[in-house]
Design a protein around this ligand. Structure first.
Ligand SMILES: [Zn+2]
Length: 275
């Protein structure tokens, strides 16, 4: 499933391609035909993301709400579309101008919302580490009262928006936290470290299109971005994710895997042992 950094990058690309234009909106597949008719020909105000939710604002306070779910994709292509771009696959929604075409396929949500409905969607979401205005205290208020494990809580979008399975596994490993620790047993200092780390790591995901959590690479990417260069990722980018059975790079113990909150959790049984 795409994590928050993917949606943030997508919002950035859609905004760059369409903000200030008046795209033609269609539903080649037909399932969004009514919604498309409501927003087509209206000015495209902008695109934003919150966690895994994408919001496209059109003129007269019309919003299109998109959630990609597990298999959805949204591609943005530049080109001279004076002739109509060919349709490949089941395109739920297409935005088209003479310069760009964006095709949405396989989302679990694609609907037109009123501003009140947008507010209701946002109210259900926890803070998003990618947003400068996010308040980690809102997440902590839920975490420190919860008997659920941190591995479950980090995946709960009402607690924290945008974090998915890869960031969950990696951030717990980076701070030697046992995934089975209950939220109410987590120390405030540990939560601060986790939050600050997500705030540091997730923008690197937006910038590179990859989840980068191995410290050596994190430093390289930060340095490249600081120099205004495009970071090159040539090596492994995760420490525990999808590394079941391999030795932990910190302690040599075997990386374990188990299903938690519907997704496979990877962790080191030794250096993330419960304290
Ligand atoms: Zn280890």
């Amino acid at each position: 499933m795409p994590e928050g950094h993917t949606l943030a990058a997508l919002a950035r690309d859609l905004h760059a391609a369409f903000a200030g234009t008046t795209p033609t909106v269609t539903s080649p597949q037909g399932r969004f035909a009514q919604g498309a008719a409501r927003v087509s020909g209206r000015p495209f105000v902008g695109a934003t993301s919150r966690g895994k939710h994408l919001l496209l604002e059109f003129g007269d306070e019309q919003w299109v709400h998109v959630h990609l779910g597990l298999i959805g994709t949204f591609t943005v292509d530049a080109g001279d579309w004076t002739a109509e771009a060919p349709v490949t696959g089941a395109v739920r929604m297409r935005l088209a101008t003479p310069e760009h075409v964006a095709d949405l396929r396989g989302p679990i949500v694609c609907s037109v919302l009123t501003p009140e409905e947008v507010a209701a969607v946002l109210a259900r979401l926890g803070p998003d580490p990618l947003r400068p205005d996010a308040d980690p205290e809102r997440a902590w208020q839920r975490i420190h009262r919860s008997g659920r494990s941190v591995a479950e809580l980090l995946m709960d979008q009402a607690v924290l928006a945008g974090v998915g399975n890869v960031y969950r596994c990696e951030v717990l490993w980076r701070h030697r936290l046992s995934p089975t620790t209950a939220g109410r047993d987590l120390r405030p200092a540990s939560w601060s470290l986790v939050w600050d780390d997500l705030v540091r790591l997730m923008p690197l995901g937006v910038a590179t299109g990859r989840i980068v959590t191995v410290e050596e690479q994190v430093l390289e990417v930060e340095a490249a971005l600081g120099r205004g260069e495009r970071p090159r990722l040539t090596r492994r980018t995760s420490s525990v994710y999808k590394r079941e059975g391999l030795p932990c790079e910190r302690c040599g113990s075997r990386i374990r895997a188990r299903l938690v909150a519907g997704r496979t959790l990877y962790w080191c049984g030794r250096c993330q042992r419960r304290r």
